[in-house]
Design a protein around this ligand. Structure first.
Ligand code: COA
Ligand code: AMP
Length: 636
């Protein structure tokens, strides 16, 4: 590939020609004549007359092309002390059999299937089996609880739920099936079929007449062929946090997704077929969808599925052991994982214990990467460490250092430059282009490239209102940042209620709603405050109803449990302070940004519209007591 400027320029000059060339990387049942259709503005329709099957492209075509004996999937699970691998041929057989079994249960093109499974090969088989049939999967991250799961089953209208009996964390078994049972109990109307993969560590009780055990399902099942679908058919729905409790169903279309991911593997990641590619994320997140499952398999790589943590399974050398053992060439993880390793092994002595000769590049995304963490990783590894920026909505990188095109100089703290396909502007509050160094809203000029969500499931109007209404002609990313003089983009943080906790995207708005649902709570606020380990953590405040005279510690404990139950353990809300009042403007808006600035030890000032400055003073003291900052360190 040529240089970055050359590729970006060729996309700018002829976007259709650019994506037509990229579409050659995919096997089509019907090759698209039309590359993009702008008739349904504001969103483009990519490859509208093309037909293809994503599972065929990710699995079968590699077998057809003589790569059946190449490793497709390596499962490495320190928590069960297991390493297993599957060739492309074995993967094809597993997936075709499961697809046949699902078809026998009545699952067909367009049906929705919710997958609630930990990081085990069967989760990948289940995703690919859905894709094989043209069914639409919706994977729910295991750290979410029963209510979140129920909301996703309901919104997607799932005909089946595929789950495992349990996950396994460093501390042992995490039962999944009881949560699924609770979620199914919460549903109104018809119950979906529930398919249960029994793990020997904790087999689950089955519900007669509703639950089907995985091995029984597969017994005597026929194999199913790949079903060609329209490029515009949805491949999956992935729910992500928005500003309210109602999750947003990000829809991924089939054709644009396959083309964009296949192109990205080489151009962004510099990955070649047969390379070993490891995204240490979770299949419940977009990074897992794109770069544990679809991207590496579309490109004919070997993908690593790791059921473990960066630390504690068993130690801070775990990642380096996996790289050495499986000859990983390209790795991808979240900055928080590197911070976790650095905290336990600051001098990187664990790295020296392993031969990391295979590793070419480490990519980081999912949250802002602080420059210290990036420097530590690149100095310790002696290789390029690349921060790149994207969202569940985009499905692949929006800004990156595209090493497959050209490794540009790395500037810690920057996601580097727009990826071909994306025109990114930083806009001021007045809608003007921000000057270099001036922070503003990061917006992507329409039309959006292939792979980007074309809409929200059951939420066409919400899609337009959330993303397109704020800045006509643009997709509003809800991230703030700036360009430097060299055109490098710095993504600094969200401007909405979304926070990133250990790389997990969560909604403070949703947590506020849950706190407010407690019978003793009059009003509440949750803000994301900086955390040296997890990047951000939520911090809650609650005002009790007048007349409620209860032990504050007890109420706090109930509120923490309530959020953990309703969202799931991943919410990580540990502190909820009971306060007399929340600091507000005269129009009644809670001063969340000011609370965050104080907690983070940043410069802040008393807003001129404040209702009662005394309330804010008491928050300064409270935050200092909670250990978030020294109140004397801030300037008013
Ligand atoms: N299934 C069930 N429970 C899960 C889960 C899963 N898949 N993932 C997390 N949880 C639970 C954890 O057990 C924990 O519960 P606890 O409060 O009872 O201990 C809680 O959710 C919070 O988990 P987590 O945010 O992962 O925090 P942690 O302290 O256990 O680990 C890190 C911190 C940094 C080691 C961990 O978050 C990590 O490895 N991050 C890597 C980044 C990543 O994968 N990001 C995804 C996007 S790229
Ligand atoms: P998710 O949809 O879970 O991938 O989260 C997307 C959000 O994570 C973005 O809107 C950003 O706020 C944040 N994010 C992801 N990658 C980066 C990055 N490299 N730098 C800064 N923020 C990031």
């Amino acid at each position: 590939m040529g240089g970055y400027e050359q590729a970006y320029g060729s996309w700018q000059r002829d976007p259709e020609g650019f994506w037509r060339a990229a579409s050659e990387g995919i096997d089509w049942d019907v090759r698209p004549e039309t590359i993009v259709d702008h008739a349904h503005k504001p969103m483009p329709t990519w490859f509208p007359d093309g037909r293809l099957n994503t599972c065929f492209n990710a699995v079968d075509r590699h077998v057809r092309d003589g790569r059946g004996m190449q490793m497709a999937l390596i499962y490495d699970s320190p928590v069960t002390d297991t390493v297993a691998s599957y060739t492309y041929l074995e993967l094809r057989d597993q997936v075709a059999r499961l697809a046949g079994a699902l078809a026998r249960e009545g699952i067909s093109r367009g049906d929705r299937v919710v997958i609630y499974m930990p990081m085990i090969p069967e989760a990948v088989f289940a995703m690919l089996a859905c894709a094989r049939l043209g069914a639409v999967h919706s994977v729910v991250f295991g750290g979410f609880g029963a209510e979140e799961l129920a909301a996703r089953i309901t919104d997607s209208g799932a005909k089946a739920v595929i789950c495992a009996s349990c996950g396994i964390g460093p501390a042992g078994v995490l039962p999944y099936k009881p949560l699924v049972d609770r979620a199914l109990d919460l549903l109104d109307g018809e119950q979906p079929t529930c398919i249960v993969f029994q793990r020997p560590e904790a087999p689950a009780e089955l519900h007669p007449g509703r639950d089907i055990e995985w091995s029984g399902l597969l017994a005597d099942a026929p194999v199913a062929d790949c079903v060609p679908v329209a490029a515009t058919d949805p491949l999956y729905i992935l729910y992500t946090s928005g500003t309210t409790g109602l999750p947003k169903g990000i829809v991924r279309d089939t054709g644009g997704h396959a083309v964009a991911l296949e192109w990205s593997m080489e151009a962004v990641y510099g990955a070649r077929p047969a390379d070993v590619y490891w995204a240490a994320s979770d299949i419940g997140w977009v990074v897992g969808h794109s770069y544990i499952v679809y991207g590496p398999l579309l490109h004919g790589c070997t993908t690593v599925l790791y059921e473990g943590k960066p630390v504690g399974t068993p130690d801070a050398g775990a990642y380096w052991r996996v790289i050495e053992q499986h000859g990983v060439n390209v790795m991808f993880t979240a900055p928080t994982a590197i911070r976790a390793i650095k905290r336990e092994d600051p001098h990187a002595s664990r790295i020296a214990e392993h031969d990391l000769g295979s590793l070419r590049t480490l990519f980081l995304a999912g949250e802002r990467c602080d420059p210290d963490t990036l420097r530590w990783a690149s100095e310790s590894l002696g290789r390029p460490v690349i921060d790149h920026w994207w969202q569940t909505e985009s499905g692949w990188a929006i800004a990156a250092n595209c090493v497959g095109l050209e490794l540009l100089p790395v500037k810690p703290g920057s996601a580097t430059k727009p990826v071909p396909g994306y025109a990114i502007d930083v806009l001021t509050d007045d809608g003007e282009h921000a000057a270099p160094g001036q922070q503003g809203s990061i917006c992507v000029r329409l039309p959006l490239p292939p792979g980007f969500t074309p809409t929200l499931w059951n939420g066409e109007q919400r899609f337009v209102e959330t993303y397109l209404a704020a800045r006509p002609g643009y997709y509003w990313t809800a991230d703030a940042g700036y360009y430097d003089e060299d055109g490098y983009l710095y993504v600094m943080g969200r401007t909405d209620d979304v926070i990133n906790v250990a790389g997990h995207r969560l909604s403070t708005g949703q947590m506020e709603e849950i706190l407010a649902s407690h019978p003793d709570v009059a009003e509440s606020a949750v803000v994301g405050v900086a955390d040296a380990y997890k990047g951000q953590v939520p911090l809650g405040f609650a005002v009790l109803k007048s007349g409620v005279d209860r032990n504050p510690e007890q109420v706090t404990a109930e509120l923490v449990t309530l959020v953990r139950d309703r969202v799931g353990p991943v919410a990580a809300l540990k502190t909820v302070a009971i306060v007399d009042a929340l600091p507000k403007t005269r129009s009644g808006k809670v001063l969340r940004a000011t609370i965050r600035q104080i907690a983070d030890g940043r410069t802040w000032s008393v807003p001129p519209t404040i209702e009662d400055a005394g309330v804010l003073d008491s928050f300064v003291e409270l935050l200092a007591e909670l250990g978030y900052t020294d109140s004397s360190a801030v300037s008013a």
